[in-house]
Structure formats: structure tokens, C-alpha cells
Write a protein that binds this ligand. Structure first.
Ligand SMILES: [Fe+2]
Length: 369
């Protein structure tokens, strides 16, 4: 009798223990997933080592190097990464800079230059800087000319309560021009960006290739570039590309959206994607920047902003991953691409011709000018 009672207590004990452990695990898991959902997704991929070796530069003749480098406003940091009374070093176009935020919150950017003609032989140069779109921007000009235009903050971010939902930052070995040129290259949308993001970055190998093709036949994006225009003076430093797209799955259209990409100078763009799903507004804003990290090495960053809301936060997670996969497909091509100053354009590449003409305003001393 006593033994039976003892067994019963042991069984209850074990049941309580197991139930307690499962409940604790579930609570921890839910807390973790909630935390992950509420925190922005910051994705970073250094693609610069993929399909790249320094000998790729051998494809350029001596007079083709260095590749064109633009002047303009460049993002160096996210504003929130620099606290008052903090300084950070950064290099931009091989210049070594110190970015400093004083106690009042103002940012200053200094370059420490060696001057062999003076004693002491170190002097500092102040770089013009500004903060907008939660970014610290600096003006770069190889001949130290003053800026003749200023970037402006994203209007929807100023007017509405858009919140930061993460970023996708890809590092690539390519000419800095590749990124803004990508938007004007209409032809690549329905090849590189046609397969659904669910398939990943590169086509599967072996038997997987057939499966990839089968899925792509039934689930895919269809892109319709609508226009590419450059702005007249005094806003000649801006251009805009508008694209509409549909997401198809097994003969049905599941999503329809429009993308406006406003390029402001050579290294900043505001990309607005207008999505409406089940009557709910899922508009996204991407603040995209190109920052040179070294010769033939650039960081391409998309920072995502959306209005608050539980469903929008779930959507943001998927959206930023989609941007990451789609842009990674571009980067793998750029890593292995030779930049041509005077390529042969086909009849359907008017937007690329227009882009190249527009972009030339940011280049000085380019070989073919
Ligand atoms: Fe692309």
C-alpha cells in the first residue's frame, strides 16, 4: 500500500516536472520569437569574396583604371551608432576621416592630413557633413569643391510615423556605378529577378536545376518598367525610375505593387514600394546608399522603414529578406562583370543610355570625357 502511494507520488512528480519543463520551454520560445519579431532585422553579407579574385582587375588595360569614381554626398554611418561625445574613424575614397558628435549632438567630420611643407607636419581639414534619413552624410569632391546641391530627407518619413525595421547590407567588388545603374537596366528585371525569392540566390545544380525551372514556370515575378526620367535644372542631380510588378503563382496574381526609385546624386536613393494587401497599407520605404569601402569594394545598403503594426512587422521580416536575396543575385553578377565605359547599347536600352548621360555629371577627369 505504502509502495503504491510512493509510486503514485513519483508519477505525479515526474508529470509535474515534464509539464513544467515543456511550459517553460514554450514560454521562452514565445518570448524569443516575440523579441525577434519586434527587433529590426539587420542582415549583413560580405559577398566581396564570392566569385572574386584580385586578378579580375587584369581584364582592364592600364588606361581603363582606375574605374570612374563619382563625387557627391555619401552616407558613412547610421546616425544612431554615434553617441554624443563619441568619435569614430572611417575611410572614404582612401581618405581617413574622424566622425565626431559633440555634447550638443552636432556632427563634425575631420580629415587628418600629412603636410610635408609645414611644422608640425599634420593638419586637419573639415569635411562638410549633414544628418538626414537617420544617416550621417559627408560631401566628397576630389578637388575639394563645395557642394552645389543638398540631399533631402524622405518625405513620407518626415510626414508619417514610419519606424526603422532593419537593413540589408551587401558588400561587392565592382564599380560604384553598378548600383544606381541597376535601376535603369530594364532588361535584367525579367531574368535576374524573375524567379521567386523562395528559391534563393543562385540556380540549383544537377537535378535541382529542373526543379528550379519547374517552380519558376509556375511561381514568378513579372516586372514592367514604366519610366526612367532625369530631372531638369536645378534638380539635375536627381532621376526617377518607376516599375510595376506582379507576383504570379499557378496562374493567379497574388500581389501587385509599384516601385518608385528616386535617385539623389550618385550614392543615395529613396525607394517607395506601394503594397496593398487585403485592404491594408504595407507601403515600404527603403533608404538606399552606396558607400565606397576601398578601391573596387563597395557597401550597398537598404534601410527599411514602415508604419507600425503587428502585421507590418511580420511583413517587414519577409520584405527585407526578399531584398537581400534579390540584390545578392545582382551582386554576384557585378562581382564578375567588367565595367565598360562605352558599351554597345541595343535599341531597347534607352533608359541605360539616359542614365549614363545623367551620371556623367558626377564624374570628373574620366578617361573618355
Ligand atoms: Fe537588379
Amino acid at each position: 500500500m505504502l509502495a503504491d502511494l510512493y509510486d503514485l507520488i513519483c508519477t505525479i512528480d515526474r508529470t509535474v516536472y515534464i509539464t513544467g519543463s515543456i511550459s517553460t520551454t514554450v514560454v521562452i520560445l514565445i518570448a524569443y520569437l516575440t523579441y525577434k519579431l519586434y527587433m529590426p532585422s539587420d542582415l549583413l553579407a560580405d559577398m566581396s569574396s564570392k566569385q572574386w579574385n584580385p586578378r579580375q582587375l587584369d581584364r582592364y588595360s592600364e588606361d581603363e583604371l582606375p574605374l570612374p569614381q563619382p563625387f557627391g554626398w555619401f552616407a558613412v554611418f547610421d546616425s544612431w551608432t554615434l553617441k554624443p561625445n563619441e568619435a569614430k574613424p572611417v575611410s572614404l575614397f582612401e581618405h581617413q576621416l574622424i566622425v565626431y558628435r559633440n555634447m550638443s549632438g552636432l556632427v563634425h567630420v575631420l580629415e587628418i592630413c600629412e603636410n610635408s611643407n609645414s611644422i608640425p607636419d599634420i593638419e586637419t581639414r573639415v569635411w562638410q557633413s549633414m544628418e538626414m534619413d537617420n544617416l550621417i552624410m559627408v560631401w566628397y569632391h576630389p578637388n575639394n569643391q563645395k557642394p552645389d546641391w543638398l540631399p533631402f530627407p524622405m518625405k513620407l518619413m518626415v510626414d508619417n510615423t514610419f519606424e526603422y525595421r532593419g537593413k540589408c547590407n551587401l558588400i561587392a567588388n565592382c564599380c560604384i556605378q553598378e548600383f544606381p545603374e541597376n535601376a535603369a537596366d530594364f532588361a535584367h528585371f525579367n531574368t535576374v529577378h524573375l524567379p521567386t525569392e523562395v528559391l534563393g540566390i543562385v540556380k540549383w545544380k544537377g537535378m535541382g536545376a529542373k526543379l528550379w525551372d519547374w517552380i519558376t514556370k509556375h511561381v514568378y515575378y513579372k516586372w514592367t518598367p514604366l519610366s526612367y526620367d532625369v530631372y531638369p535644372s536645378p534638380n539635375g542631380h536627381m532621376s526617377i525610375q518607376i516599375t510595376s510588378a506582379t507576383y504570379h503563382a499557378f496562374g493567379r496574381i497574388f500581389a501587385e505593387f509599384t516601385i518608385d526609385m528616386l535617385q539623389i546624386g550618385p550614392a543615395l536613393a529613396h525607394v517607395t514600394t506601394k503594397y496593398t494587401l487585403f485592404g491594408m497599407d504595407f507601403t515600404t520605404i527603403l533608404v538606399t546608399t552606396v558607400t565606397p569601402l576601398g578601391p573596387y569594394r563597395n557597401s550597398f545598403c537598404h534601410r527599411l522603414y514602415m508604419k507600425p503594426g503587428f502585421l507590418r512587422r511580420v511583413f517587414a521580416k519577409i520584405f527585407i529578406k526578399t531584398v537581400d536575396i534579390m540584390l545578392s543575385r545582382d551582386v554576384l553578377i557585378w562581382n564578375d562583370k567588367k565595367y565598360l565605359r562605352k558599351p554597345l547599347f541595343t535599341k531597347n536600352e534607352n533608359s541605360l543610355v539616359k542614365f549614363r548621360r545623367w551620371y556623367k555629371q558626377f564624374l570628373i577627369n574620366d578617361h573618355d570625357d
